[in-house]
Unconditional design. Structure first.
Ligand SMILES: NC(=O)c1ccc[n+]([C@@H]2O[C@H](COP(=O)([O-])OP(=O)(O)OC[C@H]3O[C@@H](n4cnc5c(N)ncnc54)[C@H](OP(=O)(O)O)[C@@H]3O)[C@@H](O)[C@H]2O)c1
Length: 271
């Protein structure tokens, strides 16, 4: 069993680090003295994030490890590469993902599958490959960026909500199995955050939506979101909800008056 020596820094692996919430987390972890592994598909964007991180935290060492969460067959090797870098991974933040902007009846099955592959199976596979190494090192923290869409479904999000509900169930179960190994599992459930998520969302035929939605233009930005929840992240809380009043109220209704929430959501036009 290996331990972090007094001279080594924690190693944090973040997927979806090229943009939005993942990039904001990368800055925060770097400022707090971590070494970072940055992953997503676009290597050139990751290089830009790396340059920014070196500016704000010159002591942080950074590895760029590009990967596609939809290519499950490559993720075992990626996890091995991530581990081989420093022979440890203290934090795995499964954050990479895509959203959806299509009615169910206008969504190809292949689009619904892509949402599950990237958001759910991609994160699940990386976690499956990293956890044995965390067990071996005797500690670890796995986080997943779920969503309030992991708690209730809305129009235009059938595949997205499915992938986030699947995350909630799987990682709640994994958490229970990991207690005895000193490994924490944190589910982060944001409401709308101002990132490129809407532009990158899939329409029914799998093409990008390409524009910003009304829901996100007024929303909290990603740096502010990370700042707001940082203490809870460090405290390894089991679940962290970060949203505006509307989503918090919806979550309350889901628990105490689900039929009323359903009625409200049926009338909602927000894309
Ligand atoms: N913004 C919100 O309102 C909101 C709310 C709740 C939850 N979330 C969740 O937060 C996470 C981050 O989203 P964001 O808001 O920061 O959006 P974003 O700016 O679009 O970032 C998405 C990230 O995921 C990466 N990614 C997408 N597909 C990938 C794939 N196949 N393989 C590997 N990486 C992939 C993207 O990088 P590349 O393009 O370089 O691959 C990018 O770094 C997502 O899981 C999202 O569901 C967001």
């Amino acid at each position: 069993m290996s331990t972090v020596s007094s001279t080594s820094k924690p190693v944090v692996w973040i997927t979806g680090a090229s943009s939005g919430i993942g990039k904001a987390f990368a800055k925060k972890y770097a400022l707090h003295g971590s070494d970072l592994i940055l992953s997503s598909r676009r290597k050139e964007e990751l290089e830009k994030v790396k340059d920014e991180l070196i500016e704000i935290s010159p002591r942080s060492e950074i590895l760029i490890l590009s990967l596609d969460l939809a290519k499950e067959e490559e993720l075992a090797d990626k996890a091995q590469e991530a581990w081989d870098w420093k022979q440890r991974i203290d934090v795995l933040l499964n954050n990479g993902g895509i959203s959806q902007r299509s009615l169910f009846l206008e969504s190809d099955m292949s689009t619904l599958r892509t949402l599950m592959e990237v958001n759910f199976f991609g994160s699940l596979a990386l976690t499956r490959h990293v956890l044995p190494k965390m067990v071996e090192q005797g500690s670890g923290h796995v986080l997943v960026t779920s969503s309030v869409a992991g708690k209730f479904g809305t129009k235009f999000r059938s595949g997205y909500a499915a992938s986030k509900h699947a995350i909630q169930g799987a990682f709640d179960s994994i958490r229970q199995e990991m207690y005895e190994y000193n490994i924490a599992v944190t589910l982060i459930c944001p409401g709308p955050i101002k990132t490129a998520i809407t532009q990158n969302s899939l329409t029914g035929d799998g093409k990008a939506f390409g524009k910003m939605g009304d829901l996100h233009t007024q929303a909290m930005d990603a740096d502010e979101m990370v700042q707001k929840i940082w203490k809870k992240v460090v405290a390894r809380k089991e679940e962290i909800v970060v949203s505006g009043f509307k989503e918090r109220f919806a979550l309350l209704l889901k628990r105490i008056a689900p039929r009323l929430l359903n009625k409200i959501l049926q009338r909602s036009k927000v894309v």
